[in-house]
Design a protein around this ligand. Sequence first.
Ligand code: ASP
Length: 406
Amino acid sequence: MPTLPSISTAPVRPIPTYRKRSLAGARGLAIAALLGAATGCLNPAAAPAADLAEADTAPSTVLPAVPAAAPGTRAPETVLPAGGQTTDLEVVDGIVLAIHGGAGTILRENMTPELDRAYRAALENALLAGYHVLSNGGDAVTAVEATLRPLEDSHLFNAGRGAVLNDDGEVEMDASIMVGQSGMAGAVAGARTTRHPISLARKVMEESPHVLLSGIGADTFAGEQGLEAKERSWFVTPHRQEQLRLLKAKEERRIASAGFGPDDHKFGTVGAVALDEKGHLAAGTTTGGMARKAWGRIGDSPIIGAGTWADDATCAVSCTGHGEFFIRKAIAHQIHSRMAFGGAGIGGAARATVLQELPKGGGSGGCVALDAKGRMAAPFTTPGMYRGWIDSEGRVTVRIHGDERR
Ligand code: ASP
């Protein structure tokens, strides 16, 4: 297991303390495990953003092609630098599946080569698991679920095992999933024992009359549906315990000092958007929320329209970042709205929403967004965002830092 980077000790915004009171992708996971070691073939190579449609076609890991649902046409939109932000916008065509693994202050000085490889391998494995579903004729929602399950099991990401801890030192997990064809959606908030919250969100969507279940009710429903449960301690990793300890220690220091800097949470939520061979979209997001969150706090990830959205007529979106801001501005739905009612393309909608509108309210973060023609946008306001995509030919790209395109 690689050594995790040192945990940021930069100041964080204070969060009030409450006192207590069988999946089609399963085969894909096996294949992905075999293929995923090949991380040396990733293509973080640089290119101006406007040339990404060509630059991202460099082959890396190639699996059987998905029948052409997403022809790789060149993006006609002009890709502009994001006003005032450190990053500009990635727009890539011909994509069938895209993921993020969280946006935040991901700095090279905190990243060892070993850890860098581990993150890229985990992201590539996840993409290959989802691609395996799509390339075998599976639907987009199954691909999203298959993509996110291995990331929930990875201690590297803030989802499932290894999720961040709340102020009480416990894991509370949120997840959601949405189908672009039907508009059906499912979500869970505050789950504590369900190994795969993304699968629980899907069960809520398909096996209950509800959209969002929370807390004990959500975990109980998971049991009724035959989903795997784990002890609460199984989700808690030493790395997250140390993160919480540092966050608490720092706040004590901050209280004694005058003022503090901007948020520097390293988020780490995971999300996926997929396009299947029938041209249908789906999106899913799964997270432990934000480190040292108040007990019972629910972020944007399980809120349909805030952290997740899918509509075949426009796009599938999964967000990551400071959830409160994504909820206030209904960020995922706002991208959809700009396309549905404003006539924007995916690049323009993503740029206007994430790079221009989100920061106005003080928010930060990013998303992956995919339209039904296979055009993907991955905007983020932070120095980095774990992200990756796979095209209809099975070519994988994984990136971490904001400047990796150059
Ligand atoms: N959006 C998540 C939340 O606020 C955190 C993240 O994206 O990492 O709960």
